[in-house]
Design a protein around this ligand. Structure first.
Ligand SMILES: [Zn+2]
Ligand SMILES: [Zn+2]
Length: 179
């Protein structure tokens, strides 16, 4: 059986050109399949070469994927990045699918060494704790008054549209850098 792209369905995955790697890539959507026992960290360099897309968030990201090895629907796990996106893993063979750009978004982060933990609820909890640590150190750095104002602003902005958010951040940037 030819491995089919989880997202394009009728497109056959190919091995990236000139590499001994067991990675598979889709020539159409440029997503990547990484088998479980692939040497993941060593594969980082070759994939960075192959995919020059910087930002995740393609239309494929919202689509349900099927394991290219025929194991059925892939299980999604959210990556808390900016912008956030989903990785998908097969519950049977534990291969992982990266939509175009998602690989590059992850390559620089510590998450690459702990990919499987994204599907582990305990890991998600630890990640949230570290956000609390970031807040604590920011509060020490800025003092409680500024930190409180910053948190209030962040809460308000979180409810706004992407356009309003970027307008607000652009203004803030300009305003604080004024001489
Ligand atoms: Zn595809
Ligand atoms: Zn599978």
């Amino acid at each position: 059986m030819q491995p089919a792209c989880p997202k394009c369905r009728d497109v056959t995955l190919e091995h990236p050109e000139g590499r001994a790697s067991r990675l598979l890539r889709c020539p159409t959507c440029r997503g990547t399949w990484m088998p479980k026992d692939e040497a993941r960290l060593e594969a980082v360099g070759s994939l960075l070469d192959a995919d020059s897309t910087i930002r995740p968030g393609t239309t494929e990201d919202g689509r349900t994927g099927l394991c290219p090895l025929g194991h059925g629907i892939l299980i999604r796990a959210k990556v808390d990045a900016d912008p956030g996106f989903y990785l998908e893993r097969c519950a049977i063979c534990h291969g992982i699918w990266f939509d175009k750009g998602e690989w590059n978004a992850l390559a620089q982060s510590h998450l690459m060494e702990h990919l499987d933990e994204l599907w582990d609820p305990a890991f998600r909890h630890r990640n949230r704790q570290s956000e609390a640590e970031v807040q604590a150190s920011l509060q020490r750095e800025l003092g409680p008054k500024v930190f409180e104002a910053l948190e209030a602003l962040a809460t308000h902005l979180a409810e706004r549209s992407p356009r309003q958010k970027s307008a607000a951040l652009a203004y803030l940037h300009q305003r604080v850098n004024r001489d």
